[in-house]
Design a protein around this ligand. Structure first.
Ligand code: HEM
Length: 136
């Protein structure tokens, strides 16, 4: 599912990011500015709480990328809650999600080098494919 050479680079970088509480706050600051559609979705959401929700979620997304069952289940749950019968998030908003997450990682991880973006994308794209399978 995920290229084996990308996984350790992504894991180390994500763990450095998650060790910094500003990472997910930075992400939401960017994500909300990425489009009006995104901003509308979060208009009534407590962003401080949501930043913590995303932090816990990203640990499980990493475990999903590594092939662990709890991580795979988490991705399936997010697919369900974000799908057509849930909050119905369209596929194109995941492109903004990924772009903003990579930008926030670049700002947060002091070891983020020229190859990191490629490894982040290689690990997260298959996870997004699971989450958006009903929104192809
Ligand atoms: C792979 C990417 C994503 C992951 C892992 C993720 C994860 C989560 C999780 C764990 C929650 C809380 C529980 C739940 O509803 O499942 C949540 C809520 C939410 N997510 Fe996502 N999400 C992703 C992408 C997106 C995108 C692209 C949007 C577009 C705007 C979005 C908008 C929301 C909203 C509006 C909520 C509800 C907040 C609330 O009402 O409390 N998510 N997300």
């Amino acid at each position: 599912m995920v290229p084996p050479d990308s996984l350790p680079v992504f894991q180390a970088s994500l763990e450095r990011c998650l060790g910094d509480s500003t990472f997910t706050q930075r992400f939401y600051a960017r994500f909300l500015l990425s489009s009006d559609e995104v901003a509308q979705r979060f208009a009534h959401v407590d962003l401080k709480r949501q930043s913590n929700v995303l932090r816990s979620s990203l640990y499980l997304v990493l475990r999903g990328a590594m092939g662990y069952e709890d991580g795979r289940e988490h991705l399936e749950n997010v697919a369900h809650t974000h799908g057509r019968l849930g909050i119905d998030i369209p596929r194109h908003l995941y492109d903004y999600w990924l772009d903003c997450l990579v930008l926030a990682a670049r700002e947060t991880d002091p070891h983020f080098g020229p190859d990191h973006e490629r490894h982040w994308r290689a690990c997260l794209e298959p996870c997004i494919a699971v989450v958006t399978k009903t929104h192809p």
